[in-house]
Design a protein around this ligand. Sequence first.
Ligand code: ADP
Ligand code: MG
Length: 650
Amino acid sequence: MSESKPLISLFDIRKHYGGGDKPRVDILHGISLEIHAGEFVAIVGASGSGKSTLMNILGCLDRPSEGSYYFAGRNVAQMDADELAWLRREAFGFVFQSYNLIANETAQENVEIPALYSGMPEHARAERAKALLMRLGLADRCQYRPKQLSGGQQQRVSIARALMNGGSIILADEPTGALDSRSGEEVMRLLNELADAGHTVILITHDRDVAASAKRIIEIRDGKIISDTGVGVLGEQTIGQTFEFSPKALPAKSQWRGDVLEACRAAWRVMWVNRFRTALTLLGIIIGVASVIVMLAVGMGTKERVVSELGAFGTNHIYISPKRESSRIPGRGINSADLEALADIPQISYVLPNLSGSKIVRYGNEDVQTRIKGSRAAMSRMLSWPVVRGSFFTEEDDQRMATVAVLGPRLVRNLMPDVENPVGETILIGNVPFQVIGVLDSKGAVTGDQSDDDLVVIPYTTASLRVFGERDPSYITLEVGDMKQVDVAEKAVDDLLFERHRVRDYALENAAAWIAAQAKTQDSMGVMLALIAVVSLGVGGIGVMNVMLMTVRERTREIGIRMATGARQRDILQQFLTEAVLVTTVGGVTGVVLGLAIGVALVLWGMPVIFSFSAVIGAFFCSVITGVVFGFMPARQAAKLDPVVALASE
Ligand code: ADP
Ligand code: MG
């Protein structure tokens, strides 16, 4: 009997399942036992006797229902999740009947996993894994994946993994159970070697012949120990007699970047393995990000274009019209003397009088009643209203009272349908013959009853003296030099006219309010587009969550393996979050590229598009945040899994 303190002490350990409303099943009925460092113990018993249950408790994969477990003198029940993970990582090495290797990682990567979680630098990790695989006769199989290896080879990989962090206590649950006898003997030889080298080996088997190679045999039946050959003579050299508990110290800070890199690499591999599914999920994010970018760009571009088109005429104009709403107000409207006074206001850059009325216009046998407008030569420029044929009249035409007319395009069609070129033709306005010198560009009709396209424009003086016989303008358009001075100018105009008329027999208007309303309509269009985009991003996020939930479900066993080899909850959380973020980052980048490409295509197609840098950055970060937010729930679900439950999943 050894004098030293036992490494493992179990007191009256019981385990039951169910309870409460479910029927209670008792598996372990009070197991007490001590195991010293360096022992080679076999636990034998028939199938279903509770051996695996006991081993899961010994290996801190599971907690007992009752009883206490002391490891190196410390009560395991009082350890938190990180400390238990530390024990699994640093003290134990598991060898399972079904090997429990991660299918999409190579033999070497599988062996490296425990060191990954203990923070061993990448290079040292690879070297040690290779050395272990070589020692176990698998030097040429490092890059093979589990399914390319035989059962015996897989079991040797899992023994190498158990030794990766030292493996001072090897817990082997039916390690030969799935192997042919030759491979089984090989594995037993390895375990014997490890025991001789000072490892504590706890071997679980239903096979007495296999158990015979151990130095101590504990037999259990129906959850009770029925025999124990007792502690034999211990080897001189033992590993891990004393354990320094320092679970919080890992991994080192300098390791942080390597960790993230490693997580990204692992996440990339998972993405690649499930590339079709990942691509479909990505599609959601890509469409979301691209639509945010494109819709905002189109929204802003359209608004900008509408506002600038409106601004091209109108924003810097003030309109004065006579107001004769009551017969008691002796209004006289605006006269020509007013025009000269208005021109002296410093903010006003041009005063455009207009005189308009309806007249019969005749050409050959056709006659049409239409609107005649007398204006100045500057009208075409001020209203951004060019001629498409011929020319507009000049100031000189105006001064010499020329009988020249510029016609709207629809009027030309109605009045002279068969004339190829109306310029140079003569029409009658009232009884006065006019020469057609130009055709206006089409403005289109806004209301339908009065179209600018039916207009006849003639010089103001001609209209005043020869057509209408009216000296005073029907309304005046004032051009303000600086658009920002419109309000100041309007005030000055009002002051001037009131001083001259002593009564407000005129009305002032400007287009600012109307343009502001138009801009607002465009704004709400933009908001709607943005909303659609945000919704599609949200849908993309739900796709990510869906795939992450599926991934967690599919990889529950992998999570169990990672936990058994020492991953902390935070490692698992980090791994799954990294996967989600990687998916959305790739999606985000692709979406940005696609969005910009679509935008450029729209520009080439003639759509007004304004890319917003903040929209691009915003959409990208939204997609990444979507990954974090929607990936967090599945990731946390994975991290919270019970190791033993996760391992048992299919
Ligand atoms: P062994 O490894 O000795 O073959 P186990 O420890 O795996 O046996 O199982 C012992 C008994 O516990 C079996 O009868 C099994 O059905 C039962 N058992 C194991 N896990 C659970 C569980 N999660 N819920 C209910 N019963 C379980
Ligand atoms: Mg079992």
